[in-house]
Design a binder for this molecule. Structure first.
Ligand code: WQD
Length: 336
């Protein structure tokens, strides 16, 4: 059974990917520094997967932490690198922390992978690299735009580092997955997103408002050039997103481009108000009001998913309604 190192494996997307890996017959090994995750996720994952999961408390910016994992697991065949900070606003306040962790963590990981001769990497990138695309749905070959935030910039820099590293090391293979907006939770409601403090993202804010933790959702802007005036995004169920990582790992074993990049979205855009109304219909009622636009937000972005559909053979299984129902079920499970 192939062993795969999952950095940040107790986080939102990492934990769902651990489940997808087990289902696909891989043996995940988790490293996480618990900076934005909790150790209890490990026991829940073990329960969900009905097996013990190797776990290392460690930090990807520390070479010794990573080296220990590879020394103790010489059979590791590939790495999925999630460990990174992801709050756009915080990255503006603390840019060095973001560059150190996101860029430094990747560089250290690549150095250790090189040392141990591991050539298969799947990297978490983001649709944020496209900024506001001129043409929608956005394709992978659309030129990237200067990032609005240090967070976005770390994703651009990391993509470039991987490209340069591959040029110097022709045996190295990497897939860059550009995530659109991951939402939802595992249908079992055993794992999901655990936002620290007030959520920045739309769906956790909605579920917390519906649960009475927040008073009212503010819809950031209703004067965009969209059918109802609110901004458009491509919301992808986290379980579908997690599954894409398995396809990417398998593809790396046979691809000879060196580095390849795929959008991971549904290919369909929804406005904020459509998400709000879908949640009200499928889950429960909650309060919302219209407020000003959020600085840095783009008007509309959704994926062209032809490339991932055809080359990776991946298609999402879940609808927006199902994703919202799972997010709500997860929110309710946190209360009990
Ligand atoms: C979605 C839509 C908001 C909250 C960010 C990162 C991106 C990515 C995912 C990182 C927007 C609106 C939100 C609220 C609202 N990767 N909104 N009221 O900004 O598309 O993407 O997260 O992990 O890189 O930039 O996601 O969920 O914050 O917002 O009206 O209280 O919901 O304006 O139109 P975003 P989001």
């Amino acid at each position: 059974m192939s062993k795969i190192l999952v950095t940040g494996g107790l986080g939102f997307i990492g934990s769902h990917t651990v489940v997808s890996l087990i289902e696909a017959g891989y043996q995940p090994i988790i490293i996480d520094n618990l900076n934005n995750s909790e150790l209890r996720v490990l026991s829940v994952l073990e329960e969900l997967c009905e097996q013990r999961l190797p776990f290392y408390l460690g930090d990807c910016t520390k070479k010794e932490d990573l080296s220990r994992v590879f020394e103790e697991n010489p059979e590791i065949a590939g790495v999925i690198h999630f460990a990174a900070y992801k709050a756009v606003g915080e990255s503006v306040e603390k840019p060095l922390m973001y560059y150190h962790n996101n860029v430094g963590g990747l560089v250290t990981l690549l150095q250790v992978m090189l040392e141990f001769g591991i050539n298969n990497l799947v990297f978490s990138s983001s649709c944020t690299v496209y900024g506001q695309p001129e043409k929608l749905p956005v394709k992978e070959d659309t030129p990237r735009q200067k990032a609005e935030s240090p967070y976005g910039n770390t994703k651009m820099i990391c993509e470039d580092i991987i490209l340069d590293h591959q040029k110097a090391n022709p045996n190295f293979r990497s897939v860059l997955l550009r995530y659109f907006n991951p939402i939802g939770a595992h249908p079992s409601a055993k794992i999901g997103e655990l936002p620290l403090g007030v959520p920045n993202n739309l769906v956790p804010f909605i579920t917390q408002t519906a649960a009475g933790i927040r008073e009212c959702l503010t819809v950031f802007g209703d004067n965009y050039k969209t059918p109802d005036g609110s901004a458009i995004r491509d919301y992808i169920h986290v379980v579908d997103l997690a599954d894409a990582h398995v396809n990417a790992l398998d593809y790396n074993k046979k691809q000879d481009l060196g580095v390849d990049v795929f959008n991971v979205g549904t290919g369909h855009g929804n406005t904020v108000l459509e998400v709000v109304n879908c949640f009200k219909e499928e889950c429960t009622d909650f309060n919302y009001k219209i407020g000003p636009r959020r600085p840095g937000d783009v008007e509309s972005v959704y994926a062209n998913t032809e490339k991932i559909n055809t080359i990776l053979g991946w298609k999402p299984k879940y609808s927006l309604a199902e994703a919202l129902k799972h997010a709500w079920k997860w929110q309710l499970s946190l209360k009990s």
